[in-house]
Design a protein around this ligand. Structure first.
Ligand code: GDD
Length: 346
């Protein structure tokens, strides 16, 4: 019999990659989307038309009853909890909802599994995040964060995710659940939402090339991120649940780049060399050849507290899970800009 997997947040970036991966592996795939969506709703139709193999389940992460009903009806072998309010900047504007969904929502999913009597048979994956670390690990400044690094979240999102992380470990320790946490560093790609900086840049570069947009406004150009490709990371999630024992694993590239570098490489894809002029909020990025201003700073995109640098150490995942990445930084930027050039030209 085919294994059954249930994915919360199936309509998000990772949900789509993971659903396809599991379907290709022969799983019966169930995807949770938020309640009240009729099958005629455009969002429902969009998910269904992209992934017709998906069995869609209506539930909200804040609704224990609906989640429990889903667990009882489906009795999944594996549950991947990817749903969250996941935009760090937004979490400062709506911290209460972020705590309810991104934090307590994890508890609801775990409780739904336990209330259904599935805690000994269903394996659980929690989408933990590098945002729980919050900056440099001063004990290992050059190596990046590993699983045992100290947490210091810098946003309501990071704090909520830390609750989700610890409650997952608590259910593992208290009830013997096969519950694992993937501490994923930033992972991007063609399915990334345009509210995140990489996709905002790749989309803008494509639109500028096609004459559809003048330039782009960004916030902090100097923060550094360890960016990988989302398609590679969902394979790591699956591998975690195939282990005999549950555990926590960092998935990262071990390389870190500034937003500034991401811009430079993205513009190179359309043969534009960026030259930076000015300082602070007055800094601009111009096309070196034509002098045309393409990038400027908008302080609205600054955050009340910033994570200046993220760099991960994926050694454990590589050794224990045999996890490897196929797409490097240059390949990622290229893939994203090429994808947006195609989409914007339609
Ligand atoms: N979104 C956004 N928009 N970020 C900007 C902008 C802008 O216009 N300008 C500069 N930035 C900077 C942010 O201040 C941050 O330092 C960096 O770009 C990355 O921002 P995001 O792409 O929004 O991602 P994130 O690093 O905050 O969070 C993502 O990665 C986490 C893993 O570390 C999200 O996917 C989280 O859900 C995830 O947990």
């Amino acid at each position: 019999m085919a294994k059954k997997a249930l994915i919360t947040g199936v309509a998000g970036q990772d949900g789509g990659h993971l659903a396809k991966l599991l379907y290709d592996k022969g799983y019966e795939v169930y995807g949770v989307i938020r309640g009240q969506l009729e099958s005629s709703h455009p969002r429902y139709k969009a998910v269904k038309s992209e992934m017709p193999f998906l069995n869609l389940v209506m539930a909200d992460l804040t609704d224990l009853a609906a989640l429990t009903r889903a667990m009882q009806e489906i009795r999944p072998d594996e549950v991947y909890n990817l749903a969250a309010i996941s935009h760090v900047g937004y979490s400062f504007r709506d911290p209460i909802l972020t705590a309810e969904v991104t934090g307590k929502g994890v508890l609801n999913v775990l409780e739904a599994i336990r209330l259904s009597g599935l805690e000994k048979s269903t394996r659980f994956y929690q989408a933990s995040t590098s945002e729980m670390f919050g900056g440099l690990d001063y004990n290992r400044p050059n190596k990046g964060y590993a699983e045992d690094a100290v947490f210091h979240p810098r946003s309501p999102y990071g704090v909520a995710k830390l609750y989700g992380h610890w409650i997952t470990k608590n259910y593992r320790e208290s009830y013997g659940m096969h519950a694992s946490c993937g501490i994923l560093f930033n992972h991007e790609g063609e399915r990334r939402g345009p509210e995140f900086v990489t996709r905002k840049i790749s989309k803008a570069v494509a639109r500028i090339k096609l004459g559809l947009q003048e330039g782009i406004e960004l916030g902090n150009l100097d923060s550094k991120r360890d960016w990988g490709y989302a398609g590679d990371y969902v394979d790591g999630m699956w591998r975690m649940l195939q282990q005999d024992e549950p555990g926590d694993y960092v998935l990262a590239t071990g390389e870190t780049h500034t937003i500034r570098e991401f811009c430079e490489v993205a513009f190179q894809e359309i043969d534009v060399e960026i030259e930076w002029q000015g300082e602070g909020e007055s800094e601009v990025g111009v096309d070196k050849n034509s002098g045309r201003m393409l990038i400027k700073i908008n302080p609205d995109f600054f955050r009340p507290a910033e994570v200046d640098i993220l760099l991960g150490d994926p050694t454990k995942a590589e050794k224990v899970l045999g996890w490897e990445r196929k797409v490097d930084f240059g390949g990622l930027v290229k893939l994203m800009v090429e994808n947006d050039l195609k989409l914007e030209a339609l």
